[in-house]
Design a protein around this ligand. Structure first.
Ligand code: PGA
Length: 247
């Protein structure tokens, strides 16, 4: 397994001015490291300025938070995978719980977005995770595996695929999964990946997300099968994000 991945999902925070200030402050604190991958997912309107600010730091990746299922055309307000790629993105978040549960995106749309990302040489980071009611009903595994299979991963895609397990009840709530909870679901996802795509499924990084912060990052990363962290709220401020990326 490759080195750990630290991904910052800024959601709808940090417009171009704040994004530039963030990157300047972060780069001052975080020297390039060969033993980890750091990725920033700014809002689409801030991608250009973040890409420009990272021009001398090839060690830090840039990703887009959402893409259209289509590559171009009359889709007012949408951003496509080819445009994100052109703006410097190398990764695309797909199926984030806010896309699924706030914007009502289906498994089918999620699959199309995965395909759109792969078509444009973007690495899809497919997010999966159960609602609190689903966990309490004992259906976590069923839900996560359905979302994973719906991503329609193929052997060809897999060299450019990452998974993020984000229990919905842990996102933005301050209620983090225990390392044991995370490890159990990560093991399920790993087994499913291997069943779906064979040995190549062993190399797909599986990140944990949901109320990760500077205090709990290390213990979550130490959990068996956790290959990285996808961080929302605690990635918004350069000092805290530096601490997390140094965990
Ligand atoms: P959070 O968000 O770290 O604020 O819980 C994580 C995410 O939604 O990716």
């Amino acid at each position: 397994m490759q080195h750990p991945v630290f991904a910052a999902n800024w959601k709808m925070n940090h417009g171009p001015t704040a994004a530039r200030a963030f990157v300047t402050a972060f780069l001052e604190r975080f020297a390039p490291r060969q033993d980890r991958t750091v990725i920033l997912f700014p809002p689409a309107l801030s991608m250009a300025v973040v890409g420009w600010s990272l021009r001398d730091r090839q060690d830090i990746g840039l990703g887009v938070q959402n893409i259209s299922t289509e590559d171009k055309g009359a889709f007012t307000g949408e951003n496509s995978a080819p445009m994100a790629r052109d703006a410097g993105a190398r990764y695309a978040l797909v199926g984030h719980s806010e896309r699924r549960h706030v914007f009502g995106e289906s498994d089918e749309e999620t699959a199309k977005k995965c395909a759109a990302a792969v078509r444009s040489q973007l690495t899809p980071m497919l997010c999966v995770g159960e609602l609190l009611a689903e966990r309490e009903a004992g259906t976590t595994e069923t839900v996560v595996l359905r979302q994973l299979r719906a991503g329609q991963l193929s052997h060809d895609d897999v060299s450019t695929m990452a998974i993020a397990y984000e229990p919905v009840w842990a996102i933005g709530t301050g209620r983090t999964a225990t390392p044991q909870d995370a490890a159990a679901v990560h093991a399920t996802i790993r087994a499913a990946l291997v069943a779906l795509i064979g040995d190549r499924g062993k190399d797909v990084p599986i990140l944990y997300g949901g109320s990760v912060n500077a205090g709990n990052a290390r213990s979550l990363l130490d959990a068996p099968g956790v290959n990285g962290l996808l961080v929302g709220g605690a990635s918004l401020e350069p000092e805290g994000w530096t601490t997390i990326c140094s965990a």
